[in-house]
Design a protein around this ligand. Structure first.
Ligand code: MG
Length: 289
């Protein structure tokens, strides 16, 4: 299933997308996290509603929001999870390349969630070093703690595309990632969640990022340092993960700050992050009002 959160005439709803038509699932749950919390039963009811549906909302009649537009917790992220990106990051900072033995974990605040096609606000008084990071994001489907590999994989509800937009200067100034990763609008996500049953091999999917059409990142998750069950295993050690939690699994090489010379996003730039088999999000950098 492709699951969307949409806005139509001021109403926010959830739905199942089929051939550019949305089947309204809002009667099942008030929002996407509510639907995910219904578990297998919710998925079965969604499929039944889709099978019986007689009315459809054309995709062109709605505005798609982030599929989880109001997450209950911070987005959990893994840094330096692709060897080539790890190398380029150390080199760009003039540091020796270090092996990553343990996942680098940080979060992005809930208020930075952004829609799949919405503008990313740009305020030069806050940061002039805004960068992109195309990532495969995992949506957690069930409560899980101290997950084994099997439990971790079973806890994956679905996948989506996420741009881990980063203010590189703030990331450096504050020492910790949190602030530089959490500016308003810095987490475009979507355009929908593809449920795990439809993605046979998430590591085979091509991940790309284009800026104004120019290919900047092009990889597959095959080159991840820590795979998805390992990430969930680490995160859930002594810390309960909840349905609707979003985990960004890291970005491949090709980010702007590692280019020679570094190139950052500017107002008017359009960033497109795409994952084969899932979809693409496209956001314009726009001067903040
Ligand atoms: Mg990232």
């Amino acid at each position: 299933m492709k699951l969307v959160t949409f806005e139509q005439a001021g109403r926010i709803g959830i739905g199942l997308l089929r051939d550019d038509q949305i089947i309204d699932l809002t009667a099942l749950a008030p929002d996407m996290v509510g639907l995910i919390e219904l578990g297998e039963q919710g998925a079965a009811r969604a499929r039944a509603m889709a099978g019986a549906a007689v009315t459809f909302i054309p995709l062109t009649d709605v505005k798609l929001l982030a599929p989880i537009h109001e997450p209950r917790r911070n987005v959990m992220c893994v840094g330096k999870n692709y060897a080539e990106h790890t190398r380029e990051s150390y080199e760009a900072r003039g540091e020796n390349v270090e092996a990553i033995d343990y996942p680098v974990i940080f979060t992005k605040t809930t208020t930075c969630i952004n829609g799949p096609y919405d503008d990313i606000p740009y305020d030069a008084t806050v940061s002039e070093k805004i960068d992109y990071e195309a990532e495969l994001a995992v949506i957690i489907g069930r409560r899980v703690k101290n997950a084994t590999r099997e439990e971790a994989q079973a806890a994956v509800f679905g996948y989506t595309v996420l741009n881990d937009v980063t203010a590189r200067d703030l990331q450096t100034l504050h020492k910790q990632f949190f602030k530089g990763k959490s500016l308003d609008g810095s987490c475009p996500i979507g355009p929908w969640i593809v449920t795990a049953d439809e993605i046979a091999d998430p590591y085979a999917l091509r991940i790309t990022c284009r800026v104004n059409g120019e290919l900047r990142q092009d990889s597959t998750a095959e080159t991840m340092t820590f795979d998805i069950p390992t990430i969930i295993g680490h995160l859930s050690r002594g810390m309960t993960l909840l349905p609707g939690d979003i985990i960004a699994t890291g970005t491949p090489s090709g980010v702007g700050f590692a280019m020679k010379p570094p190139v950052f996003l500017r107002p008017g730039d359009v960033v497109e992050c795409a994952i084969e088999g899932i979809g693409a999000i496209r956001n314009r950098i726009a001067l903040a009002a």
